[in-house]
Design a protein around this ligand. Sequence first.
Ligand code: ZN
Length: 512
Amino acid sequence: MLKMLPTGLLAGLPAFSGSACAAGLVPGFRGMPRIATGGIASECSTYSRIRSRMGDFTVLRGQEVFGAPLSLPLLRYEVPFLPTLEASAPPGGPVERGTYETLKAEYLERLRQLLPLDGVYLAMHGALSVEGMDDAEGDWYAATRSVVGPDCLLSAYYDLHGNLSRRAVDTLDALSAYRTAPHVDRVENVMRAADMLTHCLRYGLRPGIVWASIPALLPGEQSSTEWEPGRRLWADLSEYNRLPGILDVSQLVGYVWADEPRAAASVVVTGTDAGAQKRVATELAGRYWAARHEFRFGSPTGTIEECLSRAMGLKTHPVVISDSGDNPGGGGNSDQTFFLQALLKAGTRDVLLGGMTDRPATDACYRAGVGGQLPLSIGATLDSVMCRPVHVKKAVVKHLTAVTRPEDGEAVVEFDGITATLSARRRLYHAAEAFRDIGVDPAQFRIVVLKCGYLHPTMKALASPALMALSPGAIDQDIVHIGNHRRRPTWPWVADLAYEPAPYVSARFGRR
Ligand SMILES: [Zn+2]
């Protein structure tokens, strides 16, 4: 019971307890603990034919780690965090196996050089997919454990759209995930994961995870916490932190576009009282399951043709339509041409098409220069199987961004009543500023088509109205249509699935 008291107090403790320690509010450490930080993060659709390779990763080594905005909070702790390697890649397809193994080997070597360690803070995402591997994060944790030994505490930072495995739960000691979508609580999430580590090391606590896997998956664009039921389901999670024996409560939507056995929603409760944690996990998992039918998209939806037809019949502007299946922010390619084909077929004019990735077309625009006219093949350069390129007889180059590397190039072209952005690499064109920076005002167009899901606030403010096309792509939001092949029986593919929460207690509890 004595050990349980401080855990329930975690929610009320100052995160940066150096001054609190000096003021006598919390005890000092018994010897300064050694905590490493490292990790690998990406969101990988197994439906994508793109592969993430080394060149796609941003790799921060040693002190470079603290150059990342999300690592800055770690510098404010009384305990120094010892950096190893943090690798992150934009959402996309699975990671090439050799790239993953190279990054893991360097991370483990850097970890080895820091031994002995009392804790490791792991900056992860939870939806990493690696060629030939079903549980990449579990592999990373098992490798970490093999280096740091059985007594070191591992605390992981997760996205809301992460998947978990029994191996991950049996290897980690603590986990925290975002509680908002769109994710506006990133800094808080860093601190929740880091607080658990420093708190447990300060008080000599041995935490563990209780995990309730929920066999229900949602398209990502339904998982917003800005409207119901997401709003209420995540709103009160922090209240559970105050219960004795509970350190942190997370609820994950899971990542639906990973067709692998671990893909599922889940509730994760970290604490020191497995009984109390099981009660919370059971309650929250049951509540989530009961609400699964309520999840909705935030905008009216339809096929590409339905959305286009509706937009053309409206008097308001700009009608903003999400090309949601090809959204690079969630793992889509951003080179698919289904929407462009439909626009040309319908003869729609006064349209802004934002976010097409095409390196050869972008390079060709730079060769032609601003004002140049040229024939263009647009799209399907990253995945030529899913769709075909569109051939434009005459495009006029309206803008070229000044860049020093061709891979950063971006162009604006006009053809057939359509203004389109082209970029050499996959990047987001979600905010109104992204267009204004390249001399395009989305407010002036009748129809704006974006390779995105739910709208960025600046675009939402413009939209009159917003529509979401459930378009084909690597993150097709019509998830029933993509089928379930390797996941366990899961709602909604099994419409009458029965489920009773049965929380799993991490094997880490057994070693205390
Ligand atoms: Zn996410």
